[in-house]
Design a protein. Sequence first.
Length: 316
Amino acid sequence: MPSKLLPLLLPAALTLAACGAEPASDSDRPQVVVSFYALEYAAEQVLGDAADVQTLTQPGVEAHDLELKPSQIADLGSADLVVYLDQFQPAVDEAVAQSGNENVLDVTEAADLIEADEHADEDEHADESEDAHADEEGHEDHGVHDPHFWQDPLRVAAVGDAIAAKLAESHPDLADQFEANAAGLHEEMEALDEEFRSGLEECLRREFVTTHQAFGYLADSYDLTEIGIAGVNPEGEPSPARIAEVHELAREHGVTTIFFETLTSPAVAEAIAGDLGLRTAILDPLEGVSENSPGEDYPSIMRANLEALKQANDCR
């Protein structure tokens, strides 16, 4: 939905909510609206059956380019809590700001976001390119920070803590349950983190090539180097100069695999892989879960990504 239409839709949507429009659920449990899958997973784990969680980004929809329906905008105004990531989905940012709902949680601080160019690849060739790894248009779309924090399981656990604490403010009778569930999420994420650390500790190469620059947190956490063909926006088109540069980097580092994702076209990855005689494989950015995902939920998809990286980088 073009952002210029939001001011026209929001008053009508919020009026429907105020006049008794049907809520997201007829349950007496708190109603929590989250903006995309990683937040949905964290919220469901820490809130359990004590709250109803719904996501604005439906399965198979590219999270970066979400368009909101009037019914979703109405849900924002009536929710007990809205959880989102500022500057990741512009339509959500605008709708939240205009909803009048004060029960909102921007997870930017809890996720401890990194500036986008802090984990850009350090190769000297990248620095020489006019559109090197730090794709400027992609960065402008999401502010100065890389939004893809959920590629680090420990940051997912921290966001779960923030969700539990925020909803407990308005529902103190559920605080103990939220706290216990958040502790369980921590245990699960710490175990997943250890799997990545041990699985990627000994590899013949530390570099990997992706069509979408969505794995900077993963690379930072596990001592890898991401070489992004395009920027943090998956729809960004790499220039011929960047493609030539990726060719050179792939040869230099002995890369075996060009990774692509499930929600966008593999054409660029297949073209580069074909030029170099390399394999292609899926590395899922976990911006949504669909029938084409290499797993059914956050942990299983992360583990599929781990196995793909281990195979591509000849890890022991």
